[in-house]
Write a protein that binds this ligand. Sequence first.
Ligand code: FE
Length: 181
Amino acid sequence: MNPILETIRRLFRERGDEAYIGEKVSQTEHALQAAWAAEKSGATPELITAALLHDVGHILDLEYTAGYDPLVDLQHENAGARWLEERFVPAVYEPVHLHVAAKRYLCATDPTYHDLLSEASRASLRAQKGPFSPTEAQEFEAHPFYRSAVELRRWDDIAKIPGLATPSLEHFLPFVEKSLA
Ligand code: FE
């Protein structure tokens, strides 16, 4: 077994039961629901891996231990993307890095999007500097991974359903293994 897969197992084992703050699911449930939504959409192994690990920044021990305030932007996407960058191909870490920007993008370009957000996600939007301006949205569209980031964002937003049945972490590890750098 690849040591990176072992580390991922350990992170979810040790910290996955923690609450996804502001939501009614755990970190593990949120990750599995996002990955499952990606797989059902026919996503690539890399994007399924990105969905599974998009919030790995929350369980890395770099933050969160002293309590998470959604009004303070802790930039978990940066911590997570940095960790992923050392281990995975760009098709994994780039969408993760952009998944908060994708929320700001969707708030600016999809009039129905803001209403779909959970209360916690709306609260954190303010700390994340709110919707993009038209110029910022255009710049975002120039990024080669922006579409992947938007797809990931939509799976992230629906992966908050208490009690939803999904495959286990083990089911997704073959996709993870295929996406290693
Ligand atoms: Fe998330």
